[in-house]
Design a protein around this ligand. Structure first.
Ligand code: MN
Length: 291
């Protein structure tokens, strides 16, 4: 086993709003080489760093919009998100929960702050990732996985803290999310001075987003809150040590190694498939969802 070294530590870009409810730093695609191909199958990462929203009776968010060809994964660290889609899926993503929506052949959905949470307002912190689908599954039926925090496998690391597994494996334990290609996704919740070891295949595209705290990787590379660490595609193992109480989101996935043809909310394998997506959308083939 060789050490997986850090390729680059990426600072957050200035934040922008998605709708009026999500104030995000975009990390994927496009920042400092983090394009869709490099991060495959992670084709988009928007990070809403801690931000205070005032209370309102009109929940903020994003109105009805389509997706096709991939999955959207929403991880709520602070605040609550309410969600509905045209396939009948929906619900509330509470603090610590994850919503894993497989758009596949197409859904319309909308994402808002949860009504009661919005009334009070407060600190909001969230990640939205888009996970690409292998071409054979891009036109499969939409699917929705509501993963409560209590459903996640917790791997106890004693006084170091614990690993909260969303998808894939950590030391032979398995996360609850069903995935269409090999994907590891987990939160390392480490106490000050706590340490965890990770082991992912060398060719998997691997990154760590520091949600809270400060860490040192492999005993040499520092990374602080709201930064993203991209690992090299060589070596398998690395260590994360927390220099204060920390939360780190780790993602590691097998590259699909297929053509990626993105256009707005659709990510397919060719231009023809994108044109088909627009046609299907315009003909109402994504179903119906009220505003
Ligand atoms: Mn969406």
């Amino acid at each position: 086993m060789a050490t997986k070294k850090v390729e680059i530590v990426v600072s957050p870009k200035p934040a922008h709003f998605v709708g009026d409810g999500f104030r995000v730093h975009n990390f994927i695609p496009g920042v400092q080489g983090l394009d869709m191909k490099r991060m495959d199958p992670f084709i988009m990462l928007d990070y809403n760093s801690k931000f205070h929203f005032n209370g309102t009776d009109n929940p903020r968010g994003v109105g009805v919009h389509p997706h096709r060809g991939f999955e959207t994964v929403t991880i709520a660290y602070h605040g609550k998100v309410q969600h509905h889609d045209s396939a009948g899926g929906g619900g509330i993503i509470g603090e610590g929960d994850v919503q894993w929506m497989t758009a596949a052949k197409g859904v319309l959905h909308k994402e808002y702050h949860e009504t009661e949470w919005a009334k009070e307002g407060g600190i909001f912190q969230m990640v939205q990732l888009w996970v690409n689908l292998p071409s054979v599954y891009k036109m499969s039926c939409p699917k929705y996985q509501s993963i409560k925090n209590s459903d996640m496998e917790k791997v106890d690391l004693g006084e170091n803290g614990y690993i909260e597994l969303i998808a894939g494996t950590y030391k032979d334990q398995k996360g609850p999310a069903f995935t269409f290609s090999p994907v590891n996704m987990m939160n390392a919740k480490l106490k000050k001075g706590g340490k965890a070891e990770f082991d992912f295949p060398a060719n998997f595209n691997t990154a760590a987003l520091i949600i809270e705290g400060n860490i040192i990787i492999n005993g040499e590379e520092k990374a602080s809150t709201d930064h993203l660490v991209l690992f090299k595609n060589e070596g398998e193992t690395f260590t994360v040590e927390a220099t204060e109480d920390s939360v780190v989101l780790l993602i590691s996935g097998m590259p699909l190694d297929e053509p990626i043809y993105p256009h707005g909310p659709f990510v397919m394998n060719s231009k023809e498939e994108i044109m088909q997506a627009f046609e299907d959308y315009n003909l109402g083939r994504f179903g119906y969802l009220a505003d």
